[in-house]
Each structure stands twice: as structure tokens, then as C-alpha cells.
Design a protein around this ligand. Structure first.
Ligand code: ATP
Ligand code: MG
Length: 360
């Protein structure tokens, strides 16, 4: 399902669930490809609707790779501050830290006991992390690499935790990028299997809301995706970058040797990327923007792109600084969010445990 078809669903009783790892300040690619959709969904829910949004900082997922505890604590808080800055409203959405709601890990365990390892072994994210495309888990377990500690159980099994995150709140719709759709498919498979094992509709089977917008590419290397783990900070624009940084990064973005501005030529990945990000940010079409700048010099075009990015992003940065200056308010939002999430999840969890024989 596409976001534009959602208003019908949001009018009734949809439950939207999505999380973000606290692995760094999001960049414009994360925003346009994922986070902006969160605020759009939240804001599209009519006031008389019983639809709900659950957004969380997926801190447990980030622990599948080593983290420095003090830095990690701060990054969690920064991620919460960013979500608030872009417009996630704790009055309208349930906003919380995943680790503050222990039901996530409890459900993860119960579901893990019903998840065949072979299914996890087919996840392309796991395979690409291993860079062992040709090797299956059993072969892998006999390699020195498997004993090295680089690949831990959490990295292998985190799709089960992701499934628990979603199913715990009875999600009906999950907004995701293409890279995560296989995990949502796995969520649906495990949910169906458990429903069928216990002959009971324990889980709602969620639908995917796929974000089909173009990926935003690295500014200096437009043939690879913009990514927050990029070593070169000139390749990305963070939501907290200053006006000066944004202008510098766009002025330094790659272009090409072709005069004027056109859209869609496969030989012009840099120009296509600047057009895509400008169009996405202004909800317009890259073709229309290209037409407007068709005779412009590259520098003139980039200067307009910079104006648009500065105008769109710097309000987030300002709001972010205000939230950062108020850690006790952030703490209290997180506590209230966790309480709300716990209350929502409790009846489901109780029934689910009873089904397993863990209660009457
Ligand atoms: P990392 O380098 O740590 O993998 P990342 O920048 O690729 O970070 P993710 O945390 O992997 O970001 O992705 C978060 C969300 O942002 C996902 O839904 C993903 O689809 C989306 N996303 C990431 N990069 C881009 C991009 N360049 N363009 C559009 N969407 C993106
Ligand atoms: Mg990524």
C-alpha cells in the first residue's frame, strides 16, 4: 500500500508502528525516505479516529553492534530530540524507547521459540553483513569467523525482535523502506505460523506501507546511497547541519560536464540526485524543477537547491537545540511514552502468555 491510499485506513482504526536506531543524527535521505512519512501519518489521523501511531527509538537493535555506553546514552537522547524536532508529537503518537518496555524482549523470546533458524538465515541483511552470500548458517558456524565474536546471536536473530516490536502493538500497517520489506514479510510469516499453531487469531497480520520514493544519493559520489556511516561527511546533509554547512556541502556536491539542467539522463547521476532531493523536499516533480533551471549554470542551480534545503531543514536544527537544552523534559516525555506503550501492550501480552500456558 502507498501512503496516498492511507487516508481511508487512518479514518478507521489503523495502528502504525515504526522505529529508528539511535546510530547517529539522521540525514536528509533518512528524513525523505522514512521519517517524514511518520509525521505525515501522524498528522493525517482525523481527530475522531481511533487510529494510533507508535514510534520508538530502537535502542536494543543498535546493541547488535558494539556501542560505547556513555556515547550511546547520549545518542538515544539525541534521537528522541530529533523525532520531536521533526514534528512527532507525544500527545498524538506514542513515543518511547524500546528498552523501556520489557514486553518487546519478552515477546521476542516467545516468538523466537517458534522461528525456524533457516528462515533467519535467508535474510539478505544478515547475509550482506556476513558478506558470505554463498554460505549457509550451518557452514558458517564451523568457520573461525563464527567464533571470533564479530557475529553475535543478536545480529542473527534481531528480525525476531523486530517482529515482536510490530506485533506487540497489533500493528496494521508498517511504513518501511525497501531494505526492510523482507523483515516485515518474515514478521507476517511468523505471525501466521503462531496463529495456526495455537488455532487462535493472536496476531494481526500487518500490511507494508512501502516508501517507493527515490533513494537520496551521496553528494560527492552520486552512485552510492547517502548513508550516515559514510566516512566522508561531505557526502551527507544531517538534519542538524548549520546553514553554513548545508551551503558548503551543496556547493561542493558533484555535478558533470554537461551544460544546463535536465532530469533522467543516466549519464547525469549527480544532477538527477540534486533534482530528486529538491523535488522530494518541496513535494514537486524533478522534471518541473529541471525545466525551470534548464538554462541555468550548475552553480546557480546548486545555490537554489541550497536555499530550499536551508529553508526546510534549519527549523529542525533550531528545535533540536532547544530540546537538547532540556534533558529533563526529554526524560519525562520518554517516561510517559513508555507508560502509554506498556498500557497498550499489557492486555495482549497477558493473553499471549496465557496461550503458552504461562498463566491461567
Ligand atoms: P547506516 O549507514 O548506519 O546503514 P543509513 O543512513 O543507511 O545508516 P538506516 O538506519 O540504514 O540509515 O536507514 C533508516 C531508514 O532510512 C530506512 O528506512 C532506510 O530505507 C532510509 N534510508 C536510508 N538511507 C536512505 C537514502 N539515502 N535515501 C532514502 N532513504 C534512506
Ligand atoms: Mg543503511
Amino acid at each position: 500500500m502507498n501512503i496516498s491510499n492511507l487516508s481511508r485506513v487512518l479514518g478507521s482504526s489503523a495502528r502504525i508502528v515504526s522505529g529508528i536506531q539511535p546510530t547517529g543524527i539522521p540525514h536528509i535521505g533518512n528524513y525523505l525516505g522514512s521519517l517524514r512519512q511518520w509525521t505525515e501519518l501522524q498528522n493525517s489521523i482525523p481527530s475522531n479516529s481511533s487510529s494510533q501511531c507508535f514510534f520508538f527509538v530502537a535502542d536494543l537493535h543498535a546493541l547488535t553492534v558494539p556501542q560505547v555506553p556513555q556515547d550511546f546514552y547520549q545518542r538515544r537522547m539525541d534521537t528522541l530530540a530529533i523525532l520531536l524536532s521533526i514534528g512527532i508529537d507525544p500527545q498524538r503518537s506514542t513515543l518511547f524507547f524500546q528498552s523501556d518496555v520489557p514486553y518487546h524482549t519478552e515477546l521476542n523470546w516467545l516468538m523466537g521459540c517458534h522461528t525456524p533458524m533457516g528462515q533467519l538465515n535467508r535474510m539478505t541483511q544478515w547475509k550482506s553483513k556476513l558478506q558470505l552470500h554463498e554460505m549457509d548458517a550451518v557452514t558458517f558456524l564451523n568457520t573461525n569467523l563464527a567464533s571470533s565474536g564479530k557475529f553475535n546471536l543478536g545480529l542473527f536473530s534481531y528480525p525476531v525482535l523486530q517482529a515482536a516490536d510490530i506485533l506487540l502493538y497489533g500493528a496494521t500497517h508498517i511504513p518501511v523502506g525497501k531494505d526492510q520489506s523482507q523483515h516485515i514479510e518474515l514478521t507476517r510469516t511468523i505471525a501466521r505460523k503462531i496463529n495456526s499453531t495455537f488455532k487462535k487469531e493472536l496476531f494481526i497480520i500487518p500490511d507494508i506501507i512501502l516508501n517507493s520514493s527515490s533513494s537520496i544519493m551521496a553528494l560527492k559520489q552520486p552512485n552510492k546511497k547517502m548513508s550516515k556511516s559514510d566516512q566522508n561527511s561531505k557526502n551527507y546533509i544531517l538534519l542538524t547541519d548549520s546553514e553554513q554547512d548545508i551551503r558548503k556541502k551543496i556547493a561542493g556536491a558533484a555535478t558533470d560536464n554537461i551544460e544546463g539542467i535536465t532530469y533522467g539522463d543516466p549519464n547525469r547521476p549527480a544532477i538527477n540526485n540534486l533534482l530528486n532531493m529538491t523535488a522530494a523536499m518541496t513535494d514537486s516533480s524533478p522534471i518541473t524543477i529541471a525545466e525551470k533551471f534548464k538554462h541555468a549554470r550548475h552553480s546557480e542551480f546548486k545555490s537554489s537547491v541550497a536555499d530550499i534545503m536551508v529553508g526546510s531543514i534549519t527549523p529542525f536544527a533550531r528545535s533540536y537545540q532547544q530540546w537538547k537544552a532540556n534533558p529533563s523534559e526529554l526524560q519525562s516525555i520518554a517516561e510517559n511514552g513508555a507508560k502509554k506503550a506498556m498500557n497498550q501492550a499489557f492486555p495482549f501480552m497477558k493473553d499471549f502468555k496465557n496461550t503458552f500456558g504461562l498463566g491461567p
